[in-house]
Design a protein around this ligand. Structure first.
Ligand SMILES: Cc1cc2nc3c(=O)[nH]c(=O)nc-3n(C[C@H](O)[C@H](O)[C@H](O)COP(=O)(O)O)c2cc1C
Length: 201
């Protein structure tokens, strides 16, 4: 089948991350963002695409910081309450019935009940007439002990990361499962040696 080009995200399963921010006036905000990606290995940068009319964007610009919260599937019911339009003065933690998790490196609180939290500072932005690309530097990455494997990776069976694909009709929420295959990074290199190996210590 051939689809319209703008349907591309329907065929790239995307993470659903909750962005938590705080305004200069102290109002807490939450919004789900799926257009989000890390910028290469082993950099500490993360990039997200935002529409121009977002309290999240205003708060990031005002405060220069944000938290990327990674939810498991059990928080799927919080997506719509946090995605609906609400006025900037509304505390969206309260409105969505979510509790905060105190952050260490930024003022914006994280969201309790997620499995990972990336406390970020605004690094750069790129603005076009329809969207803004926000690049953040992860200052602190915390992951719930219960979802970390003995190799220091994510146990996807325990975390059940919330993801989604888009169709003509809406959002289909999903999660990931492992397949029985592992490759070290070194497998990509001709001499079987990963030049970034020391970065992980
Ligand atoms: C699953 C999902 C993913 C979304 N991803 C994005 C995104 O990547 N960028 C964006 O600008 N809006 C995205 N939205 C829309 C915002 O979450 C929504 O407009 C929200 O009300 C913005 O809240 P705010 O004005 O408090 O920032 C998404 C919505 C949903 C339900």
């Amino acid at each position: 089948m051939i689809f319209k080009p703008f349907m591309r995200e329907g065929f790239i399963p995307l993470p659903v991350a909750f962005m938590s921010t705080i305004s200069a006036g102290g109002v807490r905000n939450i919004a789900p963002y799926s257009c989000i990606m890390p910028v290469l290995r082993p950099l500490d940068l993360i990039c997200l695409a935002s529409a121009r009319k977002r309290d999240t964007l205003d708060n990031i610009r005002q405060m220069g910081e944000f938290v990327v919260n990674m939810p498991g599937v059990e928080l799927a019911e919080k997506v719509i309450p946090t995605a609906r339009f609400s006025r900037p003065e509304v505390d969206e933690f309260q409105a969505a019935g979510l509790m905060e998790k105190t952050s260490s490196s930024v003022t914006a609180p994280g969201i309790a009940g997620c499995y990972a939290w990336m406390e970020c500072e605004l690094y750069k932005e790129y603005e076009d007439d329809k969207y803004v690309l926000i690049m953040g530097r992860v200052l602190r990455l915390e992951v719930d002990d219960n979802v970390v494997t003995s190799d220091g990776g994510l146990d996807v069976g325990k975390a059940n990361p919330l993801m989604m694909t888009g169709s003509k009709k809406g959002m289909q929420f999903c999660t990931v499962s492992e397949i029985d295959r592992f490759e070290p990074f070194s497998a990509m290199f001709p001499n079987r040696s990963d030049p970034l190996v020391n970065k992980y210590d």
